[in-house]
Design a protein around this ligand. Sequence first.
Ligand code: PXL
Length: 280
Amino acid sequence: MKRIITVQDISCVGRCSLTVALPIISAMGVECGVIPTAVLSTHTAFSKFTFRDLTEEIPSITDAWKELSLGFDAVYTGYLGSERQIALVKDFVRDFGNKDGFVTWIDPVMADHGKLYHGFSEEFAGKMAELCTMADVVVPNLTEASFMLGIPYREHYDEAYIRDILVRLTEKGTKAAALTGVELEEGKIGVYAYDSVNKKFFSYYNEKLPASYHGTGDVFSSCAFGAYMRGASLEDALSLAVDFTLECMKKTMADEDRRFYGVNFEEAFPMLISRLKELK
Ligand code: PXL
């Protein structure tokens, strides 16, 4: 069984980051270790939340692992709270990333719908872009990609624009980039990806629902990463993640005021497990 480490915060309530990544990755048959970057009472879209930074605990944790000679097959980062945490992830990749086939998967969580989340800055986006150069796979949405490239966010675009962004995202070493939430056709939403090693583009879409929920990016990334670690091709992993995210949203739609509580992935697990069996 593959053993991975995911680096993200614990938002105690609200179904995002670790409370999404841990159950999804575990259910997919991948051992999921964690580095919690911070503890929040809820994610930051709630009107009140507490925040306890855990940055100083990170080097102690990784030093103890080094003393034990622990090894991992991948690192998957989500919401990181500071530039110092980005630097610590770089150290992690340098210290633990020399195992054959090691995967560095980065979801540069920091923005959506044209805006940075509470507490993030353009400088942070620049540092995140540097971290992404070390990655095998990055999965930004269009807002995050725009901030990392230092270009204005565009709501309207065509396929050539998406391809150009993907090539630019991989110009400094990132092996593959997948843009999430891409809409090129009425009523459809999905992922557009570029594998810069084989110079191949790929896209996959499914139905666009008339709803938007918090935490869908974390569900998408965790699912795609889990499938990839189970040996699926990047194309299959990303397609499964599009379908699973849609299934989670359908389960959530029944209860409109649960919006800030993330998506109902729990009831979508049967679909995920049966699709995982079909993958190989
Ligand atoms: O879902 C991304 C995410 C993760 N962690 C925290 C957040 C958010 C998005 O707002 O606030 C703390």
